[in-house]
Design a protein around this ligand. Sequence first.
Ligand code: FAD
Length: 432
Amino acid sequence: MTARFAIVGSGPAGMYAADALLKLYEDCRIDVYERFPSPFGLIRFGVAPDHFKTRNTARQFWRTLELENVGYFGNVEVGRDVSLDELQEHYDAVILAVGAYNDRKLGIPGEDLKGVYGACAFVGWYNSHPDYRGLNPLLDGEGVAVIGIGNVALDVCRVLAKTPAEMVDSDIAAHAAEAIEAADYTGLHMFGRRGPNEAGFTPKELGEIRELERCQVIVDPAQLPGDVPDTFEAREKGVKEKNLKILNELAAQNKPDLPITMNLQFYASPKEILGGDRVEGIRLERTEVVDGRAVATGETFDIPVGAVVTAIGYHTVPPGDLDMNGGQVANENGFVKDNLYVVGWAKRGPTGTIPTNGPDSRDVADVISERVTASGKGGGEAVRALLAERNARIVSFPEWMKVAEAEIARATGGHPRERFPTVEEMLAVLDG
Ligand SMILES: Cc1cc2nc3c(=O)[nH]c(=O)nc-3n(C[C@H](O)[C@H](O)[C@H](O)COP(=O)(O)OP(=O)(O)OC[C@H]3O[C@@H](n4cnc5c(N)ncnc54)[C@H](O)[C@@H]3O)c2cc1C
């Protein structure tokens, strides 16, 4: 008998889980449900548009979706078009791989002012995420503050700093490229509560900001520690040492007369976002790091900016009433309850890179294989009938490939592709 699995979410975690289940079950059928016509989650909507090589990691997952015993239910949102309970009823097991693409709040005064954006929204805007097509961020002030010192914060600053020529190899959304080109800002500010040794960025992303054509990076040498303490394990220490070397190079760089400056400020914690109707500035408080934690000193300073982007973490919103553990779905080694499992960022939180999801999803697939056997449930055919009754427009994988080809065909100005920024435009390729 064929074991039937539903995977909710086609990001890396869901796709690694599909690969693992295909290896563990001789006879199985896997259906991947995805709320957008486009597959692969943050590989499409998170990874920076100028990191084309990273985006190509999706290629390995194309092959999975092309297999005969794997179905793609694109444009089907679980919780909207079909409920989690219905999936659990019709499949032997359901694996939630819905990610954690919802911004954490700063929790400071002024956070609701016009001009404050979470990184999910801001990154989604320049990455053609349909939910954020209409964001139209305010870029008319003299500066933009980015809160956070990880790779996402660096991505945001780099995309805002690059010239159109530097972005030509990217598939940045046309609406974002135009807005960035027309913008007035001259100061980009990246703030971290802790110091360089605690920063989450990695040498590759940090190194890229050395080369920006129209942007001088400013690092205060007085904020750079002499070395990386032995308290970090060897591999992490190596990464931190590379970071420190690059930060020292940036501190020594002298690229005067460039129209944009990017200030990397450590030991600065946001206290308040200032403004009347909209963002006019940000107030920060100096910190010291004590035992790895940021401790406020009471000394504050203000920076005039017209927009604030927060890149401080994400949480999961599951498609059903499930127990949560902080920002994630409560689980034990991936087991949630009954025949429901969870993988990826929805399981373990928003940390790690695309490949980090591989071993994690394989571990959960092992747990599933110890518990789940085929029981003759209706699977995708039963759900397809429900979706037909509800007039849902399922996008199959071959259909998605047509949309992907159309995105390449409509590219202009040397860009490799121009994505459709709304679901309607994607569906128009298929349905006219
Ligand atoms: C801005 C940003 C940039 C990043 N850049 C990099 C990078 O350059 N390199 C790197 O290695 N890692 C990067 N990462 C990390 C990487 O993207 C994550 O490790 C990875 O995407 C997590 O995989 P996931 O499958 O758990 O979640 P996701 O990739 O978020 O996938 C979740 C999927 O579930 C779908 N979904 C959600 N709810 C439903 C529902 N109710 N019904 C149906 N479908 C649903 C979503 O549409 C999405 O497709 C980045 C992360 C962010 C936030």
